[in-house]
Design a protein around this ligand. Structure first.
Ligand code: ADP
Ligand code: MG
Length: 233
């Protein structure tokens, strides 16, 4: 069964007299444990699409299924609960909480979801810190680490609840090329280790070489789907 399935997915923004057709009837399907990139120029619809998959915005028309649930018709309380249990987010500007340490930033989603016992939280956070190569940095604050390290922390935070789907909208936009490639490789390694599906977007064709499936967007349309296999990892 597909983890994400879109059928004639459509999103219009209406601003006064003007309607912007941001997503114009898309059909695609994403399997569990896959590593997928949406690519396309600025304004092509990447953020709108990821926001719909992440249940942050609802479609105007069409059907969108995530983890077996029709998310197009959820109310805001249902979609908040759904996000909390199924989806992790990675942001382009990292979005770490400045007054919390690296350890506490990663722990944060566990405190939101359920009452995890402290010892289990510690174990889980330490496992993720090690997985992203930050095991000895947990005591630091976000201002004491580099941009690439901040994004590593954000990857760990997105994975800490074992969400089956992680969405990352231009996660490398604020990183230099080499660091960007490291973050993409890290996300893929996390997919391999935890079986998490990663969907990221980028406008930079040069950082998609690790993606197994690349969907190309142009002006709200899906114009190409390329599956290259896992040969680049
Ligand atoms: P991308 O992320 O690829 O740059 P977006 O999804 O942000 O593209 O935007 C797709 C289109 O939808 C653009 O024409 C953009 O101007 C429009 N758009 C996005 N968000 C809104 C909004 N909240 N209100 C009106 N138009 C929007
Ligand atoms: Mg965008």
């Amino acid at each position: 069964m597909a983890l994400v399935e879109a059928k004639e997915l459509t999103k219009n923004y209406i601003a006064g007299e003007i309607t912007v057709a941001a997503i114009r009837g898309m059909n695609f399907s994403i399997s569990p444990a896959s590593f997928v990139s949406f690519i396309g120029p600025s304004g092509s619809g990447k953020t709108t699409l990821l926001n719909m998959i992440g249940c942050l915005e609802s479609p105007t028309a069409g059907v969108l299924t995530v983890a077996g649930q029709d998310v197009s018709r959820m109310n805001s309380r249902e979609s908040a609960k759904f996000r909390g249990t199924h989806i992790g987010f990675i942001f382009q500007d990292f979005n770490l909480i400045p007054v919390l340490t690296v350890f506490e930033n990663i722990e944060y989603p566990l405190l939101m979801v359920q009452n995890w016992p402290m010892q289990e939280r510690k174990q889980r956070v330490e496992q993720l810190l090690a997985a992203v190569g930050m095991h000895d940095q947990g005591y630091k604050y976000p201002h004491q680490i580099s941009g690439g390290q901040k994004q590593r922390v954000a990857v760990a935070r997105a994975l800490v609840t074992r969400a089956e789907l992680v969405l990352a909208d231009e996660p490398t936009a604020n990183l230099d090329r080499e660091t960007a490639l490291h973050i993409i490789a890290l996300m893929k390694a996390m997919r391999d280790e935890f079986g998490t599906t990663f969907i990221f977007s980028t406008h930079d064709p040069k950082i998609v070489s690790n993606a197994e499936t690349v969907f190309t967007l142009e002006d709200g349309l899906l114009v190409a789907s390329d599956t290259v296999g896992g040969f680049h990892g």
